[in-house]
Design a protein around this ligand. Structure first.
Ligand code: ATP
Ligand code: MG
Length: 593
């Protein structure tokens, strides 16, 4: 690796974890990898009566057929404290009703259903019901503005949209003429709304038949259309298939270590692929109880959910962990989180500091794992039975062959076997949850593959023991005086400093060095920006990283620009710094100015 090795840190090189409370589903990673065939995952599926494969049959109906219909499937906790519980049998009936309603309305298998709802119970029914009906479903963030909604509905040729009257009037009514293919809009809840094809959920779905024969989809039938987070540019529409359920099952069992009796909570919104693959499908496929929280992040609410619901497995993201770290362990005092036994994180590099903080605050480390919208499920993970090396994203899932590769100018791919060499992370294609296309961008899809490898666009390295370490997105890596600097390494060192809550690092052009590192920093409560603190942070970074890699300048921000999925948008920091066009901002959540 080009970057200098970090020295002098209080972060241990490896965390030997407390004895697991339940034996991990995968006690030995190497043995599991050696013996694993995807056919074994297929054997775990019930399959449709005619032999087909449908995500929702595996996630819901087969549990009912196996006599587990009374088990809680989804425990929904509303913003105002209201609760609604769907047992597996209830969910089977409700999703049948939704699928029946689609059929009655003439929405055919293969056609697009879009869902624009906050995390309401109907969102979960609509997504699963659409899949039963063989439709291609896209959950969208309800906070999207009219333009991103319209563009995505246009791209995905939405036939039916599920939303609320309020969202409809505010965001869609004015754009209806752009969506001639949108035949029906199903409104959840009361409230006035006017427009063509408007229907009410309670008239249409609640009165539809609870009997429905799941459409005979198979492994290659389209299932979900998910748009990427837009961190590096305009979001791409990744097409997924029903066969992905094999990966949802395998990762639910191995990466999240789900056991039948678990109470699982994934904090992501289904508008982000994590909130669908792991906020809906994987926990249900594994037959556990899935907690859904309507409210947005608030540390007190979250800790209360963990305590009251007796959450045992928790899946969240670095941005949320950093927000909790900002507040310190105070809000955790007096909480009984004794049910919690496994914590995982995804979406961005998980700073080593955050892994260690997890241990301090919860007595458990966060297990980082890596994947993308395109991969459909977790690909690299810190598994329950492995020691954690803070800062590493772990090892490949059984059934997944990962490699570090280098591409030459002709696009040929060379696999790098030597450890600790930086290159592009690649995955051997295909695997069950691999995307099957970028919507309307065939050429771009084709360019993701070479010589049997799927090229992820992320730079990483693998150590001698097979742990993968994220370096940065190929687009974000900074080239400074012959060094290749991954922003993550610099950001992680900055957030080790007690004053720093969050950091975003970019390269800015420099006549002698090519690029120099600049850091944008948000502070924890109780710290004030100022020259002295800036100098202190630069000194801390220089001491830890060396002068060649440390930032040359620091700018304080109250917040950093982030996508709705919580990722720091370095490209926006850079565009603003250099006065360049800001590009697609459809997924921007916090502006961070
Ligand atoms: P876009 O492709 O539109 O720029 P995006 O890549 O952020 O957006 P997602 O598919 O949501 O969209 O995110 C996948 C990316 O997130 C990965 O390619 C990687 O860069 C980053 N990522 C996810 N998990 C991790 C992790 N554990 N460590 C480091 N990076 C991660
Ligand atoms: Mg991406």
């Amino acid at each position: 690796m080009d970057t200098q090795t970090i020295t002098d840190t209080r972060i241990p090189a490896r965390i030997v974890k407390p004895e697991p409370r339940v034996p991990p589903n995968m006690p030995d990673h190497a043995a599991a990898c050696a013996g694993f065939r995807w056919e074994q995952a297929l054997d775990q599926m019930a399959r449709l009566p005619g032999g087909g494969l449908n995500i929702v049959h595996e996630a819901v109906d087969r549990h009912v057929l196996a006599g587990l219909g009374t088990r809680d499937a989804i425990r929904w906790i509303g913003r105002n404290g209201t609760r609604r519980t769907f047992r597996y049998a209830d969910l089977a009936a409700e999703t049948n009703r939704f699928a029946s309603a689609l059929r009655q309305l003439g929405v055919a298998p293969g056609e697009g259903v879009f869902v624009l709802l906050g995390r309401l119970p109907e969102l979960y029914v609509a997504v699963l019901g659409s899949l039963k009906a063989g439709c291609v479903v896209t959950p969208l963030f309800s906070a999207f503005g009219p333009e991103p909604i319209a563009t995505r509905c246009e791209m995905g040729d939405a036939r039916l949209l599920v939303t609320t009257p309020e969202l409809y009037q505010r965001k869609i009514a004015g754009l209806r003429e752009r969506l001639p293919g949108l035949k029906h809009v199903l409104l959840v809840g009361d409230g006035p709304a006017e427009g063509p094809g408007l229907l009410r959920w309670n008239e249409c779905v609640e009165r539809a038949s609870p009997d429905f024969t799941t459409v005979a989809t198979d492994e290659d039938s389209p299932s979900l259309l998910h748009f990427t987070s837009g961190t590096t540019g305009r979001p791409k529409g990744a097409m997924h298939v029903h066969g992905a359920v094999l990966a949802h099952w395998a990762t639910g069992r191995f990466a999240l270590d789900l056991h039948d009796e678990d109470i699982f909570w994934c904090t992501a919104d289904p508008g982000w692929v994590t909130g669908t693959s792991y906020g809906i499908i994987a926990p249900l496929v594994c037959g556990v109880t899935n907690v859904v929280v309507e409210a947005e992040f608030d540390a007190a609410t979250w800790y209360e959910v963990l305590e009251r619901e007796r959450v045992s497995v928790w899946y969240t993201a670095p941005t949320a962990i950093r927000m909790m770290m900002r507040l310190g362990t105070g809000p955790l005092q007096g909480r009984d989180l004794s049910a919690l036994r496994f914590m995982a994180s995804v979406g961005e590099p998980l700073n080593p500091e955050a892994v260690v903080w997890g241990l301090e605050a919860f007595g458990l480390p966060f297990h980082d794992n890596w994947w993308q919208t395109e991969t459909g499920g977790i690909m690299v993970s810190n598994f329950a039975a492995m020691d954690i090396r803070p800062g590493s994203m772990g090892k490949p899932l059984p059934g997944i062959t990962a490699a570090i590769v280098l591409r030459d100018t002709e696009g040929r791919v060379a696999v790098v076997d030597a450890p600790d060499t930086q290159g592009e992370l690649a995955l051997r294609a295909p695997w069950p949850s691999m995307m099957r296309g970028y919507l309307h961008e065939e050429e771009r899809y084709r360019r993701c593959f070479a010589e049997g490898w799927y090229l992820t666009g992320d730079l990483a390295r693998r150590d001698a023991d097979g742990y993968y370490w994220f370096v940065g997105r190929a687009d974000d890596v900074i080239k400074s005086s012959g060094h290749l600097i991954g922003p993550f390494e610099v950001e992680s060192v900055l957030i080790e400093h007690p004053a720093v809550a969050e950091a975003g690092v970019i390269g800015i052009p420099d006549p002698t060095a090519g690029e120099v590192v600049k850091a944008f920093v948000a502070l924890k409560p109780g710290f004030e920006p100022g020259e002295a603190l800036g100098r202190e942070l630069l000194g801390h970074a220089r001491k830890r990283l060396g002068a060649a890699v440390a930032p040359k300048s620091i700018e304080f921000r109250s917040n950093l620009p982030k996508t709705r999925s919580g990722k720091i948008m370095r490209r926006l920091l850079k565009a603003r710094e250099l006065g360049l066009p800001e590009g697609d901002l459809s997924t921007l959540e916090s502006d961070g100015r």
